[in-house]
Design a protein around this ligand. Structure first.
Ligand code: UD1
Ligand code: UDP
Length: 357
């Protein structure tokens, strides 16, 4: 069986690490990188650190408005699919690379397997929500990370090909946490004591592209009085510069602005943070995995279990709520087991090998 895996953005490299390892035991994998993310610290670093096989093809599409970026991917992926003739196309998550891969495959009648199927924020202003809904609609195999995702699909009438597998990001976090412990010296390098800082990440379009929203978030971080370790996504760096906020942040000695860090350093920073402030999907979950209280800069989340368990609080971009949560949010209840047992990737490979032929 030949599988074409399509990745393009940072979280997809992390998800592909455990899945590719499992897939290559049962199938011939062709790894296609769309080039959506291309800076060394957004792409190559993850291939090196997580020992992901080098892409067989990098389309080098790069950045652009949604239509142009997705359209260029569609054209180039179609060409690659016609040349490679895979039996299956495997896509991850909800980025433009996911949608382009799924649409290209569907038009050529190649069955699609979607990892991280069934997630919903029920906010169609998010580009990711559109990408998820459309990809789920045309997938033959839908691998759900949570039972809640299975329910969402059932509510939309999608029942065939749906499998609860557990979350591949949990697999990755478990597998690489031990390695991070020995390999990452990020705390020493930054001269940070464990639990002496708050870790922040921001990159969602609704938070970065709106100057008022980004300014409220940055204002709250400045006002919090905490040491903030902030690896800055390139999208956010661009807007901070454009809105004149970068200088203000850099001038505050408690704010440690960093370039994006590698996964092993990120895991270490997450594990040792007092709290995490983020709008990232992956980071919210990792906060939960490592039992670090999380403050989410959104009005809703796809990872609703983390909120229901009391380990994640939604503040949106309200500065008062953010400042209050950053200084005093405390989970009071034990966590559930929502994300599987660390064997989601094996389950995905098993299902593909059973059903895929
Ligand atoms: C994308 C995904 C988002 C995901 C995120 C993970 C879509 C619609 N969005 O958002 O769901 O959570 O990746 O990080 O697919 N840039 C660089 N260097 C890079 C990559 C990007 O400088 O290597 C800058 C460019 O200015 C670009 C901007 O970041 O225009 C946004 O990049 P893009 O891939 O379009 O969206 P993300 O915000 O990264
Ligand atoms: N991440 C990383 N370095 C960073 C920021 C994030 O390795 O500087 C990792 C993080 O640990 C998580 C993933 O990137 O595994 C999340 O990706 P991102 O926040 O870009 O996207 P999302 O999950 O929101 O789609």
């Amino acid at each position: 069986m030949k599988i074409m895996t399509i990745v393009g953005a940072r979280p997809q490299f992390i998800k592909a690490a455990p899945v590719s390892r499992a897939l290559r035991k049962i199938a011939d994998e062709f790894l296609l990188h769309t080039g959506q993310h291309y800076d060394a610290n957004m792409s190559q670093l993850f291939f090196d650190e997580l020992q992901i096989p080098a892409p067989d093809l990098n389309l080098e599409i790069g950045s652009g408005p949604h239509g142009l970026q997705t359209g260029q991917m569609l054209v180039a992926i179609e060409k690659a699919l016609m040349a490679q003739q895979p039996d299956w196309v495997l896509v991850y998550g909800d980025t433009n690379s996911t949608l382009a891969g799924a649409v290209a495959a569907a038009k050529l009648n190649i069955p699609i397997a979607h990892v991280e199927a069934g997630l919903r924020s029920y906010n169609r202003l998010m580009p990711e929500e559109i990408n998820r809904i459309l990809t789920d609609r045309i997938s033959a195999l839908l691998f759900c990370p949570t039972s809640c995702a299975v329910t969402h699909l059932a509510e939309e009438g999608i029942r065939s090909g749906v499998h609860w597998t557990g979350d591949v990001m949990y697999d990755a976090a478990l597998y690489f946490a031990a390695l991070a412990q020995t390999k990452s010296a990020v705390l020493q390098k930054l001269n940070l004591q464990p639990h002496s800082y708050v870790l922040a990440t921001v990159h969602r379009a609704q938070n970065t592209d709106d100057p008022a929203a980004l300014s409220r978030i940055m204002g709250a971080l400045l006002e919090s009085g905490q040491t903030i370790v902030f690896p800055v996504h390139p999208r956010t760096a661009g807007f901070l510069r454009q809105y004149g906020l970068l200088e203000k942040m850099a001038a505050c000695s408690r704010i440690r602005l960093l370039a994006p860090v590698g996964y092993l350093d990120m895991i270490c920073l997450e594990k040792n943070a007092r709290r995490i402030v983020t709008d990232s999907g992956g980071v919210q979950k990792e906060a939960y995995f490592f039992q670090t209280p999380c403050i989410t800069l959104r009005e809703e989340t796809e990872w609703s279990e983390t909120v229901e368990d009391g380990w994640n609080v939604l503040t949106g971009t309200d500065p008062e709520k953010i400042v209050q949560a950053v200084s005093s949010f405390h989970p009071t209840r034990p966590q559930g087991r929502h994300y599987g047992d660390g064997r989601a990737a094996d389950r995905i490979a098993e299902l593909l090998s059973k059903i895929g032929h």
